[in-house]
Design a protein around this ligand. Sequence first.
Ligand SMILES: [Zn+2]
Length: 501
Amino acid sequence: MAPDQKDPVRMSYAQTVTAADLRAHLEVLASDAYEGRETAKKGQKMAAEYIKNRFRELGIPELPSGGYYQNVPLEEFLPGNGTVTAGTQSFSFGKDFFYTSGTTDQNLTAPEMVFAGYGIETKGWKDYGKQKHTGKVVIILADEPVDATGKSMITGTTEKSDWSTQRRLKINSARDRGAKALFIVLPEYEKRKQEMQHAIETTTLQLKGVKDEPRMPVLYISPQMANALLGEKTDVLALREKINRKGKSKSIAVKQPCSIVIQREKREVITENVLGYLEGSDLKNELIVITAHYDHIGMEGNVVFNGADDDGTGTVTILELAEAFVKAKKDGKGPRRSILFMTVSGEEKGLLGSEWYSEHPVFPLSQTVCNLNIDMIGRSDPEHEKDTAAYLYLIGSDKLSSQLKVVSETANNTYCGIKLDYRYDAPDDPNFFYYRSDHYNFARKNVPVIFYFNGTHADYHKETDEVNKINFPLMERRARLVFYTAWEIANRDARIVVDKK
Ligand SMILES: [Zn+2]
């Protein structure tokens, strides 16, 4: 069959991938009952159960090892421990300081400390100037200088600058100057600690046994602790008043060592990748892996982050694709190569489920022809919001195999007519999407990938990423593109060739 001729057989199975079915599954998985599907939590387990039951209902057999799950062992870390000592003084987690999740364990001593104003370095305000603080603990004030009328000295208006709102800025500035640790003084310590409770209570997950490089610790400290560190005569809040009043920074050298020990609380947990394996016919030893992550970011208080687009859409697309290929197989039109429909967990915690799979593949990676990864295909980004033409970003399609992109384009031109956008393949693209979803764990093992993505939008990682904002007809077209591409790769005579590095 010429590639540009329409094949009624595959079209008939593509038509089983429907907007109505996609919606029906998504309305369950992205409902509040699933609590935002946070990795290793109740909602994620419920979602795993739903996907597993669907695979079973379709008649997909259990894995050779039994069941449908690949267990992924994790370690969960929680802020909760730590001591800072300087001279004869000792400070403890919670009472005097705290750190947020994402902080690594520490055991370090710095020979000196330095107070460096607000830790801001920008046009018109210089807390560092040319000074380096290599190896020291740098102590700075939170927020930014304001004058007597409440205007920021950075913006010149009552609006705060990014230095107050983007914590990365101050952290990077201190790190660039060689700081060994950063202490940020919170004027209203108890109140701010309350406000940051979620960031403290969120756990960090890692694959079991993986050691992480310690990162520069960032501790939020009380004014009392700052006073004690800076010396008896210093009142850090009075010092702040003085800096604000004079409109000029002030630095204080403290020639005293400071030690930081952080040992986070740790417990072992398990999450699950859910695998539906459909055996091929004459080329069954070769495999196509179609992935989407079914985990999302959980809840904050009572607010549920349902992650309808991210990545409920990819998850339910997998269910629909599995149904289509199972039907084809029942009719004797099954794929020649095997297909693994795999919904992975731990993506939002750092691509953990796919990393575990790529290190412990259930089917050999050498036999894995390609990975098609779907992560967010139900929405439009701001640029396309008013556009009626269907579009989709494809990422990585020609990075390892030039054939893969050709197959994908042919499938699209023949059956789908979606405007494919490759802008994120640009090597200088600052978003690095190629590294940011589960396909990357296949690509780094030299398995060719395509990442299907609608781009980010205002609801990305917000509680407003809801089912009622999904464009199901558009999603259906995109899901069918994945179907046609998979069909071609699964059934063509020659395996896709890896011809690039
Ligand atoms: Zn995602």
